[in-house]
Design a protein around this ligand. Structure first.
Ligand code: PEP
Length: 229
């Protein structure tokens, strides 16, 4: 199973350092088959050591250049980062990333052979229209995306379940993952949306769930580590 912590705009360089120290104390007890990822904010990227993968929440699709406020490949290489989140709903919604932008970013980091956790998810009004509407919406988020890419992990994150404390139901996760698995040819598929220590067992026991992308419940090591220990 994959357990990925997305800090979003939380934690500083200093608090991430403490987080990593505490995380490393916990990681010795995890199942060796399980993989843990952390995605701190860009200012907290560093040369951390431990049995986890350090990834970046976002980057600009360029090696370097005149892209004020962005970081590119050169800044990621400094810390040997080879894993990136692309397509998170918060970037699509609040930062205005279109499918074209998202797919260009995907192609650039695919060319760099990055491991890509590609996020997709539908808003509540689409979920309320039923399963077919959900699938149609999700399939549109694969436009321009090479689903055959070998370093691809997909995260299905219903927007209405993100940060709301209301996870999708077992049936909603199960049916959506079953359909998505066919689209991505069996590649790893994570669930994201209010996953926490209380519902994690149920979520990871669903067929077609290969792990979780966790926001709020990942901010404290104590809470996050309960999910994989
Ligand atoms: C996320 O935004 O990736 C996420 C899953 O957030 P939360 O766990 O807080 O719902």
């Amino acid at each position: 199973m994959i357990f990925a912590a997305n800090f979003k705009t939380n934690h500083t360089r200093k608090s991430t350092e403490y987080y990593v120290q505490d995380l490393n104390k916990k990681l010795g007890a995890k199942d060796p088959e399980d993989k843990v990822y952390i995605f701190p904010p860009a200012t907290a990227l560093d040369n951390y050591e431990g049995d986890f993968t350090l990834g970046v929440q976002n980057a600009y699709p360029a090696v370097n250049g005149a892209y004020t406020g962005e970081i590119g490949l050169e800044q990621l290489d400094e810390f040997d980062i080879g894993t990136i989140l692309i397509g998170h709903s918060e970037r699509r919604e609040h930062l205005g990333e279109s499918q074209k932008t998202v797919s260009e970013k995907f192609s650039f980091f695919q060319e760099q052979n990055f491991e890509i956790i590609y996020c997709i998810g539908e808003p509540l009004h689409i979920r309320e229209k039923g399963f077919e509407a959900v699938m149609q919406y999700l399939l549109a988020q694969f436009e321009g995306i090479d689903t055959g890419y070998e370093n691809l992990i997909v995260a299905y994150e219903p927007i209405w379940a993100i940060g709301t404390g209301r996870s999708a139901t077992v049936e909603e996760i199960s049916s959506t993952h079953r359909a998505l698995k066919k689209v991505i040819d069996g590649k790893p598929l994570l669930y994201g949306g209010s996953a926490n220590p209380s519902n994690i067992k149920e979520i990871i026991s669903i067929a077609g769930v290969d792990g979780v992308l966790v926001g709020s419940a990942s901010l404290e090591v104590e809470k996050f580590s309960k999910m994989f220990l």
